[in-house]
Design a protein around this ligand. Structure first.
Ligand SMILES: NC(=O)C1=CN([C@@H]2O[C@H](COP(=O)(O)OP(=O)(O)OC[C@H]3O[C@@H](n4cnc5c(N)ncnc54)[C@H](O)[C@@H]3O)[C@@H](O)[C@H]2O)C=CC1
Ligand SMILES: O=C(O)CCC(=O)C(=O)O
Length: 478
């Protein structure tokens, strides 16, 4: 089996060890061998990025555009294969895997266009005879640390804007999903980028991640992952004057009001809570339902949940793939136990399921009779588990929705324009969804949360430039 190497300074290099990635739908299926970088290699990658910066920052915008556009074209041309690899490695279903690969291609295309749109401003000065220009410059070396749940889209929405703005990149993917990261790196490696502008170092957070965080040659870190890790890393970067952007967890509410269209409400709950095995930071884990529709909603939701097919991610007809690995499955099972101990009623699912292939299969679970104070409603579970909270009216629903330390996405299902408009104004979240699932976002508009979910400027869309560039104000006597 071929060893997939790290990519440093334009060269493919073996690491100090190897990682095997395993298919969570069939644990007998070893997908590949991936080089594991150590601290020294992480430092070499940073040094290569630093050395490449001077020329890349001044590379013409046509060259930058063409390279990013080419990467996007390649990803789109290979989206079926990339999607298949992604689904095999991460466990989301094949349509979801191909959808994610497509999104990654679109992201590179979008940021190719952004290269041409990185504008500045020219203003009159308050002093006669002076002109003011405001321009944007790249930061330097950007470290990209990404999680396992979106193995190609999240790296794409960090790497593409970083390069578009003229930065060099050192990319450390999650150890569970090196395959998608390597495939993306291979496409980037063949795109005509000068050596050192993009580097891949696969390895552990403790070794490679920590080295990037503490390297004085790294100017910025863009991180997506757990709240615990993100919160711990941020002060270290800020302390040495580096920039940091964090996207972390969510405990996203979906409010369902009495006047909701029942089918829309159930569709949003199923999509938001259980698709992608609930392993999305945008997942709806709290279903906040007013009393008049509560019983009908629960009954219809359970009916639909029972029809969901949990099976091998690559099998046709699978709605929900496996949980990503044993550790995440243990975490999910722990929360199922905690929910029961807290007095919540498990009305559906939560069972380990046996399929033809040995995998981490868990049936989607629904708790009812829960309160917002319970741990299952306060902590991010990151699995196919949701809880219904019964409320009396819209005001209570809104208060419960906002009563969380997180603030990534917040959804409402209603036919009332008044309540929808009010919710858009008062939901304490970075993203608000009306009659749509809380998960599933566009690639050309800002993405990010409030409170404990995010830190720093938004990702994606034109707003990404706020993080990946630094502003300069120049005064000229005319
Ligand atoms: N909000 C989100 O998008 C995500 C949330 N999670 C949550 O986090 C839990 C654990 O998942 P993990 O993938 O292990 O998340 P994690 O936060 O441990 O890992 C995310 C990334 O950070 C790296 N990392 C870990 N420790 C580091 C350190 N000390 N220094 C630098 N880099 C470090 C990891 O190698 C990975 O690339 C999940 O069960 C879930 O609750 C996980 C993935 C995504
Ligand atoms: O829901 C989406 O489309 C994005 C989710 C996401 O970024 C995440 O789970 O990390």
């Amino acid at each position: 089996m071929m060893l997939h190497k790290n990519f440093i300074d334009g060269q493919w290099v073996a690491g100090s060890g190897e990682t095997l990635n395993i298919n969570p739908s069939d644990t007998r299926d070893v997908i590949g061998r991936y080089a594991r970088a150590d601290r020294a290699q992480a430092q070499e990658a940073v040094a290569a990025a630093r050395a490449a910066f001077a020329s890349w920052r001044s590379a013409g915008i046509q060259q930058r555009h063409d390279i990013l556009d080419h990467i996007g074209t390649e990803i789109l041309a290979r989206r079926e294969d990339l999607g298949r690899l992604l689904s095999r490695e991460e466990g989301k279903t094949l349509p979801e895997g191909i959808g994610e690969a497509t999104r990654a291609g679109m992201i590179f295309k979008f940021f190719a266009g952004e290269v041409l749109r990185l504008d500045g401003e020219r203003l009159p000065s308050v002093r006669p005879g002076v002109e003011v220009e405001v321009s944007r410059e790249p930061l330097g070396v950007v470290a990209v640390i990404s999680p396992w749940n979106f193995p190609i889209a999240i790296p794409a929405w960090k790497i593409a804007p970083a390069l578009a703005c003229g930065n060099c990149v050192v990319f450390k993917p999650a150890a569970l999903v090196p395959g998608s990261a390597w495939a993306l790196a291979e496409i980037i490696a063949h795109s005509g980028l000068p050596a050192g502008v993009f580097n891949l170092v696969m390895g552990s957070g403790a070794e490679v991640g920590e080295t990037l965080v503490d390297s004085t040659q790294v100017d910025a870190l863009t991180f997506t992952g757990s709240n615990t890790v993100g919160r711990a890393l941020a002060p270290r970067l800020v302390g040495r004057g580096a920039r940091v952007q964090l996207e972390m967890g969510g405990k996203n509410p979906l409010v369902v009001l009495d006047d909701a269209d029942l089918e829309v409400a159930v569709h949003c709950a199923i999509q938001g809570a259980y698709y992608s095995t609930g392993q999305r930071c945008t997942a709806s884990s709290r279903l906040i339902v007013t009393a008049g529709i509560h019983d009908r909603f629960v009954e219809r939701l359970v009916e639909k949940m029972q029809a969901l097919r949990v099976d091998h991610a690559l099998k046709e007809g699978s709605d929900i793939g496996p949980v990503v690995d044993q550790a995440q499955l243990d975490q999910d099972l722990d929360y199922l136990r905690i929910g029961r101990e807290e007095g919540a009623r498990l009305v559906c699912g939560g069972d380990l399921v046996e399929r033809e292939t040995p995998g981490y299969y868990l049936s989607p679970a629904l708790f009812t009779e829960t309160s917002n104070a319970m741990r299952i409603n306060r902590e991010e579970i990151f699995g196919p588990i949701a809880a219904v909270i019964r409320v009396q009216d819209y005001e209570e629903a809104l208060a419960v929705a906002n009563d969380t330390e997180f603030g990534l996405t917040s959804g409402i299902v209603t036919t009332s324009l008044k309540h929808a408009s009010d919710f858009k104004r008062r939901a304490q979240a970075g993203l608000v969804m009306v009659n749509l699932p809380t998960a599933g976002v566009d690639y050309h508009v800002p993405f990010g949360g409030r409170k404990g979910s995010s830190f720093g400027p938004r990702e994606q869309g034109g707003y990404a430039r706020e993080f990946f560039t630094i502003v300069k104000t120049a005064y000229t006597a005319s």
